[in-house]
Ligand binder design. Structure first.
Ligand code: MN
Length: 752
């Protein structure tokens, strides 16, 4: 142990640890028999011994962490004794001498399996989003084995977030952003609403402390006013409920800081205009069989006092949400002219809403065949069935339907189906069965014929029409919103592509044989280059579709069956540039760029930003004098072919020391650290200054646009080469801006 711990009173510490453990026993008290209590004690003893020489970053004994995680599992997730045992032991196998076999011997098979699952998901706070995503997928895969693995992992993360203070600042940011990206949505998906809100708030606190503190202090300063309002609002309801003999609890729940922040951002409004800062929750203590009539009776009482907004009634009692949430929501108008959301539910429903499916799961732990739970697990299983899917896609689809509301629709036989808002007939078809989806040509909604893309509404009854001749196409992806439909369509399209590619491959194979060319990867990648496609599959598909001129094969040098290109050819560009040079009127004077004696008004075109060393020409504009374009500028061909008489030749003066803007497009695999690496290269590169940088990421790929000041073309090429060496970078190219030319430049009529 480091020196600073030498003065710690170990005896006192031991007592405090025991107290923490007693706290854990207290919260599990109603949920364990003698045998289970013994197990929990044993787990505690084993964990204390195993972690005895370890301390957390804050300096406190490590054992506090597993105790806290176990407490979260029991108290906040409503999990049973097995989960408590596993939570106490969750870090032993990974961090101490304890082995999985030890766990099995001491605690049996189930804890061994759960801890095995937990150990397989390493704690990586990697900057690389795709590694996080892969890790996340591993975790979700354990759901079908034992949901407790995921729940304990979530509890573990929650405690780490609560104690993030003692971490280094850069680590705080990494952990917070990963939590925001993966764990908060996961908590939402599991219906653990309070944990989700807390995680989001903690993330915001570390990721945007200013916004967090601002909202928090405003919430504090408006608290008294809010409470007065709530007291006045709930007073008549309370009296009426008491009169009718209900046992109930009324709570006012303030929205979380993170959700207020989200609303401010999305709607671009200040704090003062986020009107629904809180919701009133009425929780009835009533037996399960009376829940529904009682909740509606309360609804009736509330709306006797306040006018409800008919558009905002949500009945999740008759049809619970997919994650198990049950409640009756209404939004009513207060006498002060303010809309107030009122949530009505039973104690049991509140328990599920607070602790989520976990509490539900525990409740039914011994029995199988619970519909809601099975349906939810089934949905997740559907997602993970597709093994070929890339981890990033997986995460995106997992999150896809999270924040959507749901609609309730019916099959022709009257069976209820729950779909996300915005779902189409095609989504419905895939929800029924993959084959029905793949062959869907339309549907009848309430007996009226509608297309595939038709958006469904709650209450619709849908009959799908199929045809065995139907085949999915790319367009379909635009019509669907469910992860399931998206995935099945993509898989079908992929199969189709593979078939076509197979045909193309055979065609190429035959052609190769004809010309005595060997079918080796060297030749294939040469052709990819030659025909300008990025993968072999793309090449084969283009061949199958007849889009590649295979007659050109004869023009490529063939050395004993191996193809050789004369030079690194870029056929199109070279042809265009020489073409243009030919068409420039050579009799006209050549514009020398950078020559002081040459008193001509010129500027560099913003579409292609020519650099010294580039092959260039001048174009006479109406109002802006001469503009210098690169001969391979995307606009050049147009200018040359339509207005050759306005083009003059130009070249660079031998030596010109001046900075020029160059624009680059960088494409690669998404990676949090990549921006940093790119800017680092720029700052170390001699004489290069950055003007702007912007990045966009989509589906695990990113596209960055950066503008730099460089001296000339060679200078820029040096920079490009450095970028290309970065890991994960796929392509670096000069980026031309076609839209940058003003129409004025081309206007012939006004040219005098
Ligand atoms: Mn842990």
């Amino acid at each position: 142990m480091p020196d600073k711990h030498q003065n710690i009173d170990l005896e006192k510490e031991r007592k405090e640890i025991l107290n923490a453990f007693k706290g854990l026993l207290r919260v599990t008290k109603d949920n364990r028999n003698k045998e289970e209590t013994k197990m929990i004690r044993k787990a505690f003893d084993v964990a204390v011994e195993a972690h005895k020489d370890m301390r957390r970053k804050s300096g406190e004994p490590y054992i506090y962490h597993p105790i806290a995680v176990a407490k979260i599992c029991a108290e906040e997730m409503g999990l049973g004794p097995t989960a408590v045992v596993c939570a106490l032991l969750h870090d032993t196998v990974e961090d101490t001498y304890i082995t999985l076999d030890d766990i099995e011997e001491l605690f049996g098979e189930t804890p061994k399996k759960v801890i095995d699952g937990l150990t397989k998901i390493p704690e990586v706070f990697d900057e690389n989003v795709s590694i996080q995503a892969e890790n996340f997928r591993k975790m979700i895969l354990t759901i079908s084995d034992d949901l407790r693995v995921v729940l304990i992992k979530l509890a573990d993360r929650l405690h780490n977030m609560r104690t993030l203070d003692s971490m280094r600042a850069d680590k705080q940011l990494k952990i917070a952003s990963e939590t925001n990206f993966l764990y908060a949505p996961l908590a939402h998906r599991l219906g653990l609403y309070s944990i989700k809100s807390e995680l989001e708030d903690l993330c915001l606190m570390y990721m945007n402390p200013q916004a967090y503190q601002e909202i928090e202090s405003k919430l504090k300063s408006t608290k008294a006013v809010r409470q007065r309002f709530i007291r006045r609002f709930t007073h008549p309801i309370k009296e009426a409920l008491q009169e009718e003999g209900y046992v109930f609890d009324i709570k006012a729940r303030t929205k979380s800081v993170a959700s207020i922040w989200r609303k401010m951002k999305n709607k671009e409004v200040p704090f003062e205009e986020v009107f629904d800062l809180f919701a009133i929750r009425i929780i009835l203590d009533t037996p399960e069989e009376l829940e529904k009539p009682d909740c509606w009776r309360v609804y009736s009482i509330v709306t006797d006092f306040y006018q409800p907004n008919p558009d905002r009634l949500r009945d999740w009692i008759s049809t619970p949400r997919a994650n198990g949430y049950e409640s009756l929501h209404t939004t009513v108008m207060s006498p002060q002219g303010k809309w107030v959301e009122v949530q009505i539910r039973s104690k049991r429903m509140d328990n599920i809403a607070e602790k989520g499916l976990a509490a539900h799961y525990n409740y039914k732990e011994s029995k199988n065949g619970d519909n809601k739970f099975d349906r939810w697990i089934g949905e997740i299983r559907d997602l993970i069935d597709n093994h070929s899917q890339d981890a990033m896609d997986f995460v995106n689809e997992f999150k896809l339907n999270l924040f959507n509301d749901e609609i309730y629709v019916f099959t022709p036989k009257g069976e209820l189906r729950v779909l996300p808002t915005g779902a189409s007939t095609l989504d419905f078809a895939f929800d029924i069965h993959t084959d029905i989806g793949l062959q869907c040509i339309g549907a009848k909604v309430n007996n009226k014929l509608v297309p595939l893309s038709h958006q469904l509404k709650s209450g619709h009854q849908i009959e799908i029409i199929t045809s065995s001749k139907q085949k999915p196409n790319e367009e379909w992806l635009k019509f669907v919103t469910t992860a399931r439909a998206k995935q099945k369509i993509k898989a079908a399209l992929n199969d189709e592509r593979k078939k076509i590619a197979e045909d193309g491959r055979e065609i190429l194979d035959r052609k190769f044989k004809q010309h005595n060319i060997r079918f080796i990867s060297e030749n294939i990648s040469l052709l990819e280059n030659y025909y300008n496609v990025s993968t072999a599959t793309d090449l084969y598909i283009r061949i199958a579709k007849g889009k590649v001129d295979l007659a050109k094969l004869r023009q490529i040098k063939n050395v004993g069956g191996v193809l050789k290109l004369e030079k690194e050819k870029k056929p199109k560009k070279i042809r265009r540039a020489s073409d243009i040079n030919k068409r420039i009127d050579k009799k006209k004077d050549t514009l020398i760029i950078g020559d002081d004696f040459n008193n001509i008004d010129y500027q560099f075109a913003k579409c292609c930003n020519p650099l010294p060393g580039d092959s260039v020409f001048g174009f006479i504009t109406i109002n802006d004098g001469i503009k210098i374009h690169r001969t391979d500028c995307p606009n050049a061909e147009n200018l040359m072919s339509k207005m050759a008489y306005r083009c003059i030749s130009a070249r660079w003066k031998a030596k010109e020391v001046k900075e020029h803007i160059a624009k680059l497009r960088i494409i690669g695999i998404d990676d949090i650290g990549i921006v940093n690496k790119i800017t680092e290269i720029v700052s170390f590169q001699h004489n290069v200054n950055m003007r702007s940088i912007s990045f966009e990421s989509k589906d695990g790929m990113f596209e960055g646009k950066i503008q730099v000041y460089v001296l000339d073309r060679y200078h820029l090429e040096e920079l490009i080469e450095k970028f290309e060496l970065l890991e994960g970078i796929k392509r670096v190219e000069r980026w031309d801006d076609l839209e940058h030319e003003t129409p004025d430049d081309y206007d012939e009529e006004t040219l005098s």
